[in-house]
Design a protein around this ligand. Structure first.
Ligand SMILES: [Cu+2]
Length: 336
């Protein structure tokens, strides 16, 4: 229903933008959210922004529901279990505001996954996958401003440019199809719908973002990833004109995969990573970030550098899954 109404909603907002003007008085280190948040800010008409982000996520050990599981325990139920995993993602983004109300976004990413596994026999081996991930296009629409509050809508689509057919050498064979957590793409067109609120003050800023990712249809291997809902709250405090410190709380629900890849049918009983039912969960993460902006007198010449560390405070996983240890994001942003 919402999807059918989108074109007319967008059209109405395009018309409404004629009477809208932003009035940011400063572009200090405070006017962007912590680097781990996407689509947090809009731009002034005619402004471009380029960004690069590097994200590293470490997973260590297993968990079933909210209970940690030793490798040996898990090997009573499975022939093969993951021990550790590392995901490295590089994201290249561009933003452009054709009007005061509309900011367009595009993002390409590259992903590398490494997993260490252990067999019931006690042998360990690693698998890796690497490639271009799903590409994203988005529109941010300024909805409302009042006093120092700004509200915008996030509309996005993710294109299935990432592979769901990653393979590597394993003890099972020289060209084994890798299971769900090692795959780079979703294989489907995914829609994202969100709402972002920012409040800017002289020495601090607050923000919140609600974001849903909806998968459409199923991919050519008869499954789709689970829908996601994510809620973020953040606060940033300036230390001086060019540095700010931030704290962020993220709550996320991810549904499990719907359908299953028929090629993993045999493997699903042998290893938890091949079981489509073991992919959802509820998560809460706490993050601490630091942002630096150079040359604050003239924002358009300013480079923004930011880093953010995240730690899980809650993980309730569907079935047996790897558990998140921590993650960090480093980013560079520059507007023109
Ligand atoms: Cu931007």
């Amino acid at each position: 229903m919402i999807i059918k109404k989108l074109p007319s909603l967008v059209a109405a907002l395009v018309i409404a933008q004629l009477s809208y003007a932003k009035d940011y008085t400063n572009h200090l280190a405070l006017t962007h959210a912590p680097i781990g948040v996407m689509g947090d800010h809009t731009h002034n008409k005619g402004e471009w922004m380029f960004s690069y982000r590097y994200m590293d996520m470490s997973m260590d050990g297993l968990r079933r529901g909210t209970n940690d599981l030793q490798t040996a325990q898990a090997l009573q139920d499975f022939m093969l279990v993951p021990v550790k995993m590392d995901m490295q993602m590089q994201m290249l983004g561009v933003m452009y505001a054709p009007t005061e109300r509309i900011t367009l976004m595009g993002m390409l990413n590259h992903q590398k996954n490494d997993m260490l596994l252990e067999t019931r026999m006690g042998n360990r081996f690693t698998t890796s996958s690497e490639g271009m991930g799903d590409s994203k296009l988005g529109t941010l629409i300024s909805l409302k401003k009042w006093n120092n509050n700004y509200l915008h809508a996030n509309l996005g689509i993710s294109l299935p440019t990432g592979s769901i057919n990653v393979r590597d050498v394993t003890p099972m064979g020289p060209n084994t199809l890798l299971p769900y957590p090692m795959r780079i793409g979703s294989g489907t067109y995914d829609l994202s719908l969100g709402l972002t609120w920012n409040q800017y003050h002289e020495t601090y800023s607050l923000g919140a973002q609600l974001m849903s990712t909806l998968r459409t249809g199923e991919n050519d291997q008869d499954y789709r990833l689970g829908h996601e809902n994510k809620l973020n709250f953040w606060a940033a405090k300036s230390l001086n004109n060019s540095w700010s410190l931030s704290a962020r709380l993220e709550a996320k629900n991810r549904q499990s995969i719907k359908g299953s890849d028929p090629r993993l049918m045999m493997a699903a009983n042998m290893t938890p990573t091949a079981n489509a039912d073991f992919t959802g969960g509820d998560f809460a993460h706490l993050s601490i970030g630091l942002t630096h902006v150079s040359n604050v007198k003239n924002w358009t010449n300013g480079h923004r550098l930011a880093i953010e560390f995240s730690q899980p405070v809650l993980q309730n996983l569907a079935g047996t899954q790897m558990k998140l240890e921590n993650s960090f994001t480093i980013g560079w942003q520059k507007a023109f």
